[in-house]
Design a protein around this ligand. Structure first.
Ligand SMILES: Nc1nc2c(ncn2[C@@H]2O[C@H](COP(=O)(O)OP(=O)(O)O)[C@@H](O)[C@H]2O)c(=O)[nH]1
Ligand SMILES: [Mg+2]
Length: 319
């Protein structure tokens, strides 16, 4: 796609054309040059959206919770975009969420945008794809961006490093709760949701999570709440929205929002730099091959060879 083509798509996406927006996201995932052009045009218009991550083990009810949340936010006239990431079963996870959204009648609502992100085959992987996708959605006028991913520890990306607020969803059952604590989920959660509160053991799980949260001292002034929900019937969802508001206020007032965003951008830049080096090496195979040859014949130790490759690539960049 030409620069003019990208500009035209950006113009349409800014006019709330969801097809153009979908096309832009596809380009950011698949064409590095387009990703840079889109970033340049969209990022100056981003910065207003709240980014909320929803994570937890498969089957706990993340997608159900997200669609209930979506309805609640739409009722407040907020525009909502959902990015669903499921490295284990992207197609299924996305489809389930997509079905729910259609069921709820959001498919024709231009204040709602839902997208599945494939886990593989992208420049810098998901850790690079997600930040740009959220900026594009932010610039396109979505007020809240929800990122649904499978649980910390199993996922190749740590959702908490990509969002402002992390919601951890659990379901009743001792094994589940203990499992989550092991996976380090307690440390990253800003809000905990024990979903399926219609099932036995919800109160017990809530107590366990509460005491685990109290034991973890990382949280400073923010005490992560532990809520009970039954997402299939919208029970507890208004409390969830309320807690998300409280956390947004806390982030802004404490300076934590700025800190989190700085860490996030730094990480993204690092990933892009490393990806850039990888690309340069692939495009300058002769250089890499020549240096490697000298290392193989022991005329140059590998550490020195690596340095020589970096010097050579620096010359290529400057040229
Ligand atoms: N009993 C009960 N089932 C639920 C509740 N929320 C979700 N489910 C069901 O749990 C299953 C998994 O839900 P889903 O949202 O796809 O989970 P995800 O894998 O975490 O996204 C589905 O069959 C849901 O209908 C709930 O509050 N109570
Ligand atoms: Mg799901």
């Amino acid at each position: 796609v030409s620069q003019a083509g990208v500009e035209e798509l950006v113009g349409r996406a800014l006019q709330r054309d969801r097809r153009a927006l979908a096309r832009l996201l596809t380009l950011t995932e698949s064409v590095p040059e387009s990703a840079a052009a889109i970033d340049a045009l969209m990022t100056p218009k981003a910065g207003a959206a709240r980014i909320v991550g929803v994570t937890g083990a498969p089957g706990v009810g993340k997608s159900t919770t997200v669609s209930a949340l979506l309805s609640a936010l739409r009722a407040r006239d907020l525009r909502v975009a959902v990015l669903a990431v499921d490295p284990s079963s992207t197609a299924t996870g996305g489809a389930v969420l997509g079905d729910r959204i259609r069921m709820l009648g959001h498919a024709t609502d231009d204040g709602v945008f839902v997208r599945s992100l494939a886990a593989r085959g992208q420049l810098g992987g998901l850790a690079a794809a997600v930040p740009l996708a959220t900026r594009v959605l932010d610039a396109a006028g979505y007020d809240v961006i929800v990122l649904e991913t499978v649980g910390v520890g199993q996922s190749e990306i740590d959702v908490s490093s990509l969002v402002d607020t992390t919601v951890v969803v659990l379901a009743p059952g001792m094994g589940d709760a203990v499992q989550s604590m092991k996976a380090g989920i307690i440390e990253v959660g800003d809000v905990f949701v024990v979903n399926k509160s219609d099932r036995d053991g919800a109160a017990t799980t809530r107590r366990e999570i509460r005491s685990a949260v109290r034991r973890s001292l990382e949280h400073g002034q923010w005490q992560p709440p532990v809520l009970l929900t039954e997402a299939v019937r919208d029970v507890g969802i208004s409390e969830l929205v309320e807690k998300l508001d409280c956390h947004a206020e806390h982030l802004a007032a404490s300076g934590e929002l700025t800190r989190r965003r700085r860490v996030r951008v730094r990480r993204e830049v690092e990933i892009l730099v490393l990806e850039g080096v990888r690309l340069l090496m692939a495009r300058n195979d002769d250089l890499v091959d020549g240096v490697t040859g000298r290392a193989v014949s022991r005329r140059q130790p590998p550490h020195q060879a690596a340095r020589a490759v970096l010097d050579g690539l620096a010359d290529v960049i400057r040229a």
